[in-house]
Design a protein around this ligand. Structure first.
Ligand code: FAD
Length: 315
């Protein structure tokens, strides 16, 4: 495709979740005239959830999509230039940095903030998609509270699944943990903790066939791959904890990342291995993965970018 004449911007923000919008609010208020590309999911992950009860400032909770409209409006009101478009390629080897939007438009930026987030991995069942936000969740810390005193199921066998099962065991009456093989991938210490928790019941060699329920989750049907035995477990919540995929493919070979693709930042900052390129939110955070931590790191990225641009005499 024919390349267009590059547009020069001071600060380019890639992504429109809590991290990207917060970075845009801070950057606009610092007069960095940020241009933000929203990607294919304007508003980010919270637009696919219902009630958010743990974002501070909303004593009665808030719907995820509504919260993200607030973020967007605030960024807009501060003067951020919000645009539809997907960053499809980057070249951080020269300065100003080169970013391609929608495989066509060229943007040159003095500084870049990456806030492209991560996506939860799902099992791929129709019922999982249909009941998402109605009992099906990929985040125990976000949604466990809704199932206090109830029975829930969780799928997964890694450290995150073990951690989430333990978290749920403190809130829920029983946690039915569905494990595909006859062992867990989680570290020995996490496995021991899970096995020693009386209200976590493990189903080895088991896979989920279907999540049952019309408007909300009523039960889960699993089958044992060794015996072919099928059972239905009555549960109100179904948690998928089989991992997350950071949206970092376009930065491969240019930015340091771990083996799972999470961008590496200098601890206590949003700095990547390339001076002037910053990363914030879930794309660089495999531990906390919360809207408030993403927003906090978006703020850090904007302040780091402002300092970088000032020091280089670019602002
Ligand atoms: C179902 C669900 C429920 C949740 N509930 C809660 C909750 O109750 N409380 C809580 O604190 N957290 C919750 N979370 C977690 C929370 O949503 C995330 O931690 C948070 O959204 C991460 O913010 P982020 O800005 O890093 O990225 P995301 O929200 O993941 O946003 C990423 C953004 O980047 C854009 N993007 C990606 N690639 C590109 C590209 N190449 N070019 C341009 N743009 C791009 C996307 O379009 C999107 O706008 C939930 C998550 C899910 C999935």
């Amino acid at each position: 495709m024919e390349k267009t004449t590059p547009e020069k911007v001071q600060l380019l923000i890639i992504g429109s979740g809590p991290a990207g919008y917060t970075a845009a609010i801070y950057a606009a208020r610092a007069n960095l005239k940020p241009v933000l590309y929203q990607g294919i999911q304007p508003g980010g992950q919270l637009t696919i959830t219902t009630e958010v009860e743990n974002y501070p400032g909303f004593p009665d909770g808030v719907q995820g999509p509504e919260l993200m409209v607030h973020f967007e409006k605030q960024a807009q009101r501060m003067g951020a230039d919000l645009r539809y478009g997907l960053a499809t390629a980057v070249d951080f080897s020269k300065h100003p940095f080169q970013v391609t939007i929608d495989e066509e438009k060229q943007v040159e930026a003095d500084a870049v903030i990456i806030a492209t987030g991560a996506s939860a991995k799902w099992l791929g069942l129709e019922s999982e998609q249909r009941l998402n936000g109605y009992g099906v969740s990929a985040c125990a810390v976000c949604d466990g509270f809704f199932f206090r005193g109830k029975e829930v199921a969780i799928v997964g066998a890694g450290d995150t699944a073990a951690e989430e099962a333990l978290y749920l065991s403190k809130l829920c009456s029983t946690v039915h943990m569905i494990v595909r093989r006859d062992e867990m991938r989680a570290s020995r210490i996490m496995q021991d903790r899970v096995k020693a928790t009386p209200n976590i019941k493990i189903y080895w060699n088991s896979v989920t066939d279907e999540i049952l329920g019309e408007k909300s989750v009523d039960a889960v049907r699993i089958h044992n791959t060794q015996t072919d035995e099928k059972i239905e477990i009555p549960v109100k919540g179904f948690f998928v904890a089989i991992g997350h995929q950071p949206n970092s493919d376009i930065f491969k070979g240019q930015l340091d990342m771990d083996e799972a693709g999470y961008l590496k930042t200098v601890p206590g900052s949003a700095k990547t291995n390339i001076e002037g390129v910053f990363a914030s939110g879930d794309v660089q955070d495999k531990i906390y993965r919360q809207a408030v931590t993403a927003a906090g790191s978006g703020c850090m990225a904007a302040l780091d970018a402002e300092r970088f641009l000032s020091e280089k005499g670019l602002h």
